[in-house]
Design a protein around this ligand. Structure first.
Ligand SMILES: [Mn+2]
Length: 197
């Protein structure tokens, strides 16, 4: 069973999480930011991961520290769960429609952390707390901590909630595909270099 527990505490956030990557989409997520809870629930459900996550962060400042630190803790949990990356498919992609929005997501568990996020989100905030510029921050921090290349490119979309929702659902699907075990080569590290980490 591939899983990990991460506890991360700073002066800005306290995060506790338990992740099972070969799960069924079960979740208890409490971040104190309603929209972020909603996005993480979609991500977990569509990737079929199991996640218990609580974050007690300084949301009286804004949503920045909570969003970024959750991405760090989640990226770390996926990294630890995958160990030396043996047997994984490595690549995953999803072109995800959400009503009028359409977002292409592509993931490579490459060992090199970078995110290319090209979104045109019309509103600055979703809900009372969530700044839409935090979407890019989330994926940069996640990519860096996991050691993955993540592309998110918006093809269409006018509604901010739909666009961001397409990102998190699509990323869940693409990541789920990338970390699935390749039944043809369950013991191989999928790199000509012989190592990914
Ligand atoms: Mn929604």
């Amino acid at each position: 069973m591939r899983k990990a527990e991460v506890i991360r505490q700073t002066s800005e956030t306290k995060i506790q999480l338990a992740l099972t990557i070969d799960g069924t989409g079960q979740q208890t997520i409490k971040t104190k930011i309603g929209f972020l809870d909603h996005m993480l629930e979609l991500f977990v459900r569509h990737g079929r991961f199991d996640l218990a996550l609580t974050c007690d962060g300084d949301v009286e400042v804004d949503a920045h520290h909570t969003t970024e630190d959750i991405a760090i803790a989640l990226g770390r949990a996926f990294s630890e769960s995958l160990g030396e990356r043996r047997g994984i498919i490595r690549y995953g992609s999803m072109l995800l429609p959400m009503d009028e929005a359409l977002v292409m997501t592509s993931v490579d568990i490459s060992g090199r952390g970078m995110a290319v996020v090209e979104l045109d989100i019309p509103s600055e905030k979703i809900g009372q707390q969530f700044d839409t510029e935090l979407v890019e921050e989330f994926f940069i921090a996640f990519a860096r901590e996991l050691g993955a290349t993540i592309h998110l490119h918006q093809i269409a979309g006018k509604n901010s909630h739909h666009i961001v929702e397409a990102c998190f659902k699509g990323f869940g699907r693409a990541l789920g595909e990338a970390i699935a075990v390749n039944q043809q080569a369950p013991d191989e590290i999928p790199s000509t270099k012989g190592t990914i980490k």
